[in-house]
Design a protein around this ligand. Structure first.
Ligand code: SN0
Length: 315
């Protein structure tokens, strides 16, 4: 693997899931692979799981880790070409990425969607500029449109907990008062569409995701109907793609409750976290044995380790 920016960078999904499960069984089997190699973790946004799991995975592989919070610790970075840099950004990504690439063998970057300009967000400017100028492999730690390390952890978790060969998986929109990116939902669609599953996406009208991510998934505006017989309920809030970045409704009837979970076939609840309790999903669901959120977060370590191993092998 050269870069890990999207599903397209994966050669074989089942092999990658298996690599994750192998790492979980035997975390230190490849400790010499990353010896004397350095990964730089560059954050433009907050993180708990991504930061800790990626650092842990890199250490399991024997790597050194350098972290940087851009804008807070370093200079603000200009991303666009040919601009007159008379604003608040003191450094251009052309230099910054090239310099980071000199110190690091792999560079991992988190940069959320701005949610102001759809065309700019969906061009994936930050990831593409780092890819262009760093001169080393780039890993996506959640970009404007995708969160592939999360999606791989989700696939690993579904593989562990599925009780039938072709599970019914439902991605449901959840209410929130803040506009959140579409990245986690887009990426989940992109990855689940490559697995053997009955896949349904449910959300209020106006919240349709970009068609290139929805693919062949069935879309339903009726959450109760979508939940019927489901094996996995994957909750996430996202802001509108059509009326870009806007919160069109906060309809509390879309919150996942135990009554809703009763429509499923003893379904499991999944969420990437952080989750706002009793806004998106009730305490009762999150604290029940049907919730997989902690197992799912734990699998972030093995997802990162499978990907880093693949990238290290290509160095
Ligand atoms: C991010 C998102 O993409 O939705 C990161 C998820 C891994 N989530 C948030 O920003 C949540 C913020 C909040 O205030 O609830």
């Amino acid at each position: 693997m050269t870069n890990f920016l999207a599903y397209d960078d994966v050669t074989d999904l089942n092999t990658l899931i298996q690599e994750g499960l192998n790492a979980k069984q035997n975390p230190f089997a490849d400790q010499s692979l990353g010896h004397n190699k350095t990964i730089g973790l560059i954050f433009f946004n907050s993180s708990l799981r991504t930061r800790m799991s990626t650092q842990k995975a890199a250490q399991n592989l024997g790597m050194n880790v350098i972290m940087m919070n851009v804008g807070q610790d370093s200079w603000g970075l200009e991303m666009e070409e040919g601009t007159v840099m008379d604003g608040d950004k003191a450094e251009h990504v052309k230099e910054a990425a090239a310099v980071v690439g000199k110190y690091c063998d792999i560079v991992a970057v988190r940069a959320f969607a701005g949610l102001k300009d759809r065309e700019q967000d969906y061009r994936e400017v930050v990831m593409n500029q780092f890819k262009k100028y760093a001169g080393v492999p780039i890993i996506n730690l959640e970009s404007a449109t995708r969160h592939p390390l999360q999606s791989l952890a989700d696939c690993i978790t579904i593989e562990e907990f599925k009780v039938r060969k072709r599970p019914k998986i439902v991605l449901t929109w959840l209410p929130h008062f803040k506009p959140l990116p579409q990245a986690v939902a887009n990426s989940f669609c992109e990855w689940i569409n490559h697995t053997d599953a009955e896949f349904v996406v449910t959300h209020p009208e106006g919240y349709d995701l970009a068609p290139e991510f929805v693919g062949n998934a069935r879309v339903s505006y009726n959450q109760d109907e979508a939940f019927e017989g489901a094996d996995f309920i994957y909750g996430k809030n996202w802001s509108s793609y059509q009326q870009y970045g806007q919160v069109l409704t906060q309809d509390a009837s879309w919150m996942v409750t135990m009554d809703k979970m009763k429509l499923t076939d003893n379904g499991k609840f999944m969420h990437c976290l952080p989750v706002r309790r009793n806004m998106k999903v009730t305490d009762e669901v999150l604290d029940s044995p049907q919730s997989l959120v902690i197992e799912q977060a734990a699998n972030r370590e093995w997802s990162a380790q499978a990907v880093l191993k693949g990238v290290l092998q290509g160095l």
